[in-house]
Design a binder for this molecule. Structure first.
Ligand code: CIR
Length: 296
């Protein structure tokens, strides 16, 4: 591809080990961009179990309706497929009420995967059911096994760094063990703080493109996104902050018309999926999948 614009004078794309790269010259600087933080080939989901009615929750918003949650989950998988994902759909785990929130169990990067150590005791053993799946897809799989804890809902991977929010579920020791592992692959980890009223860092934010983050005001005001463009969720629509960027698409919960319009007006392509039932137990769009490109 050759493209001429005021900022880009030459640009072309090539692929290497399953990843696409753009090389371009911008303002006299040669830039290499992989889009690895949102261009993916695969996703893993896990069907909700009937035990979701006992899922952990930070506030009483009623008991999730299992049937409706399943309908939403089917739509969610369809949205991932429309965005280009090869979706591996795992069976429900009846002994783990929160196991449909598979995102919390691992961090998947192009170079390898890191199995988490959940801070919620009832979720600790969920990781044993994700590790074999990832070991089939990756040559390098590590495990957080020190005394700290970490859940991947607290991890936001951008093009330039991995932001990790310390929270009730993610401790300083967990963050430093992760840092040690991913530094082998050249990643910079930035530790930030998830405000106490927020379950996971990504409950309140998501990556929209290379340098733009969708966030709630309460999270953005902590200053954790000072190197990024920020698009705020609209008033009363804080739950819209947790979305998924998968290739060209943003997958977001369908109840938030104003924030959806804001994103569409900014040029994003949006797929909307029902989330009322997961929301009753603090689940959003990102929690429901692992999204990744395993190393070729
Ligand atoms: C929990 O409290 O662990 C679940 N009820 C919700 C997990 C949501 N996961 C996420 O935000 N990544």
């Amino acid at each position: 591809m050759i493209e001429i614009s005021s900022r880009t004078i030459l640009s072309f794309t090539f692929s290497h080990k399953n990843l696409y790269y753009d090389i371009y010259i911008q303002e006299g600087i040669l830039c290499l961009m992989s889009y690895r933080s949102y261009n993916f080939t695969h996703a893993i989901t896990r069907k909700p179990s009937k035990a979701v009615v006992r899922g952990l929750t930070s506030q009483d918003r009623g008991v999730p309706d299992f049937k409706l949650m399943n309908i939403h989950h089917i739509d969610y998988v369809k949205a991932l497929k429309k965005a280009g994902a090869n979706v591996i759909e795992l069976d429900a785990l009846e002994e783990f009420p929160d196991s449909t929130f598979v995102e919390d169990t691992a961090l998947c990067l192009p170079e390898g995967a890191v199995i988490m150590k959940p801070g919620a005791p009832s979720r600790l053993k969920e990781v044993n059911y994700i590790e074999p799946q990832l070991s089939e897809l990756y040559r390098e799989v590590y495990r957080i096994e020190g005394k700290g804890t970490i859940e991947a809902g607290d991890i936001l991977t951008t093009e330039s760094e991995i932001l990790v929010g310390r929270s009730e579920r993610t401790s300083a020791e967990g963050v430093s063990e992760l840092k040690e592992i991913v530094s082998k692959w050249g990643y910079k980890v930035t530790e930030v703080i998830t405000p106490p009223e927020i379950l996971h860092f990504k409950t309140d934010c998501s990556l929209l493109n290379n340098d733009t983050i969708l966030s709630t005001e309460r999270l953005a005001s902590t200053g954790c996104f000072e190197n990024y463009n920020i698009i705020l969720t609209c008033d009363g629509e804080e739950e819209a902050a947790n979305t998924v960027r998968y290739n060209e698409w943003i997958i977001m919960p369908d109840s938030f018309i104003n924030t959806t319009k804001r994103l569409i007006d900014c040029g994003f392509k949006v797929l909307r999926v029902g989330n009322t039932e997961c929301a009753k137990i603090d689940g959003g769009m990102s929690c429901l999948s692992l999204r990744f490109t395993p190393h070729a």
